[in-house]
Write a protein that binds this ligand. Structure first.
Ligand SMILES: NC(=O)c1ccc[n+]([C@@H]2O[C@H](COP(=O)([O-])OP(=O)(O)OC[C@H]3O[C@@H](n4cnc5c(N)ncnc54)[C@H](O)[C@@H]3O)[C@@H](O)[C@H]2O)c1
Length: 546
């Protein structure tokens, strides 16, 4: 299977250039083109400045052929003490703050600048894109986008931008000598946990934010892909990051859970499923910021236009990365005018073009084919439901059964049925982390029911309102809450570039990623220092008791 992928990519020029010019950087410990069952990669932990193995290792099955192609340290609870101690040694005031070690703001401006320069080298862009493709199957453009976003983010926080992030402000006081100043203050020891689907972008952007603000993070990324952030850390060391600034643990999430409970970081950023998010909130007494599950909707307004573009964007939103994006379009509310314009047929034709050869559809890492198809079957049993397209397993591949592989699938469910009972609503709004979406339609007078559906949902991550009608847009925007909402004819649900905030809303625990505001919110807290130096009032002016 991989051979097929490599062959086809080669035909499109994607791999041939890479292989002809391939040279792996001195800081890298793996070669994405050479990892295989016979030549497995080996990951490592990093604690207190040293790369280490755990006593046991486990293997990851290659998503393309099932061969055990990466070994990772299967860290046990009996081995977490050094990680606990390393975090506990960090003061609450952090490694730097505006009063302590301010040189480190400059250090991180320099690290960010040098890391951006290193990543900008074509061979390193290729290195990360190919490595991402090996472990988290997605098309080459999707993998490259993740690397480009990370590279641009590093450029954004070069030079003095790190200290500008921690910019303080002052307000004059009530008398001479008094002045209050607001500072962005680090938490000190912090946890950072991220999932498999963006193995570089999510850990890299959050990690750098944590470091910029003066924290020492313990990083854990899903074991299936943690070889990618490991290479990023090695690159950061190469460009000057002190090796003791970040600890990195691979292995089972439950071990990390125990580590966090024992070490008690002052704050933890968790990106992943709602189930684990809520567990960590309870275990860590609420000291958690969340980027959790996404069930993302798109509303196509009554004004139809640019039908081919809107269809293309809808296909991208629902099925790029085989639907394994937290921002994937899961529920499409289509005004009946779009039905008449033939949108369903266009979506069907676009979905049919997706194929395994260029990984525009491919392995699903957390849902098996049987689990996804069982969900589709339940949807199809709802009154008035019908299969628009898909609903079958992919064939002609060696993807192992632990992973899923189904056709891009769409099920139409009538709006009245979606809202009928809580049970139906819960079924329709279950996040399938794979290429499955629900489509429904509405008439003008049913817009209140569409808004009722958005109100009843629990996840408020991304949304799209596809319309150029300002009044329609305002009505929908004014009655919904999703944290990252695209509005206008070109609106999409996916896309988390470095130039805008990405994160959920409607929850005080909601985190963000990417922008200065997101970094300040997640990785620092407010501290007010009120200076009051005098002079004190003259002796002949009596001081009044209060
Ligand atoms: N909101 C966002 O920005 C965003 C981004 C990407 C993915 N997601 C969500 O992530 C989910 C997909 O990932 P998944 O199902 O693999 O998530 P998951 O919650 O199972 O795993 C996420 C991470 O948590 C770790 N983990 C698991 N159990 C843990 C525990 N008890 N304590 C500490 N860490 C633990 C895992 O090792 C992994 O690194 C989807 O729901 C998706 O919407 C959200």
């Amino acid at each position: 299977m991989l051979a097929q992928v490599l062959k086809r990519c080669s035909a499109t020029g994607q791999i041939s250039v890479w292989q002809a010019t391939r040279s792996v950087a001195s800081w890298a410990t793996v070669d994405p083109a050479a990892i295989s069952g016979t030549n497995p990669a080996q990951g490592s932990n990093l604690v207190a400045g040293e790369w280490k193995q755990a006593e046991k290792s486990k293997s990851i099955p290659d998503p393309y052929n099932g061969e055990e192609f990466i070994r990772y340290p299967d860290t046990q609870i009996s081995e977490i003490e050094p990680f606990v101690l390393s975090l506990q040694e960090v003061p609450k005031s952090g490694l730097h703050n505006p009063f302590k070690n301010p040189e480190r703001y400059n250090l991180y401006g320099d690290i960010s600048s040098r890391a951006a320069e290193e990543m900008r080298k074509p061979e390193n862009l290729e290195f990360f894109a190919k490595l991402i493709q090996r472990v988290s199957p997605k098309s080459y453009p999707q993998a490259l986008m993740e690397v480009t976003v990370t590279q641009r983010f590093l450029e954004n926080f070069s030079g003095d931008q790190v200290r500008f992030l921690a910019r303080s402000f002052g307000v004059s006081g009530d008398h001479t000598g008094q002045k209050s100043n607001g500072y962005r203050w680090p938490f000190g020891p912090v946890g950072l946990i991220t999932p498999f689907n963006f193995p570089l972008e999510i850990p890299a952007l959050q990690l750098m934010g944590a470091l910029f603000m003066g924290n020492k993070p313990l990083l854990h990324v899903d074991r299936r892909v943690s070889i990618v952030p490991e290479q990023f850390l090695r690159m950061l060391h190469y460009v000057g990051m002190p090796k003791t600034d970040v600890d990195f643990i691979q292995g089972d999430g439950r071990v990390v859970n125990e580590l966090l409970v024992r070490a008690q970081p002052r704050s933890t950023l968790f990106t992943g499923s709602k189930r684990v998010a809520e567990k960590l909130v309870a275990d860590l007494d609420g000291k958690v910021f969340l980027e959790d599950a996404g069930f993302d909707w798109k509303i196509l307004g009554p004004d139809v236009g640019d039908v081919d573009y809107v269809a293309w964007q809808a296909d991208q939103d629902a099925y790029a990365c085989s639907g394994q994006k937290c921002s994937a379009q899961s529920l499409l509310f289509m005004h009946e005018n779009w039905k008449q314009a033939g949108l369903e047929q266009k979506l069907k034709e676009l979905a049919a073009k997706r194929n395994l050869d260029d990984v525009t559809v491919g392995p699903v890492l957390t849902w098996t084919s049987d689990a996804m198809l069982a969900h589709v079957k339940k949807l199809l049993q709802l009154p008035g439901a019908r299969l628009v397209f898909g609903g079958e397993k992919l064939t002609g591949h060696d993807i192992p059964q632990v992973y899923g592989a189904i056709q891009p699938t769409a099920v139409f469910v009538p709006l009245e049925c979606i809202l009928r009972t809580q049970e139906t609503f819960d079924l329709v709004t279950t996040e399938v982390f794979g290429p499955v979406q629900v489509i429904t339609s509405y008439k003008d007078e049913q817009l209140p029911q569409v808004l009722e559906a958005t109100e009843r949902m629990n996840a408020h991550l991304t949304a799209a309102v596809v319309s150029n009608d300002a009044r329609f847009l305002h009505q929908v925007l004014g009655n919904t809450v999703n944290g990252t909402t695209y509005a206008g004819r070109r609106a999409r649900t996916t896309g988390a570039p470095q130039n805008h905030w990405f994160g959920p809303a409607g929850d005080p625990r909601a985190a963000g990623i990417g922008t200065p505001e997101a970094i300040r919110l997640v990785w620092s807290c407010h501290r007010e220092v009120i200076e009051d130096f005098g002079p004190v009032p003259p002796a002949d002016k009596p001081l009044k008791q209060s």
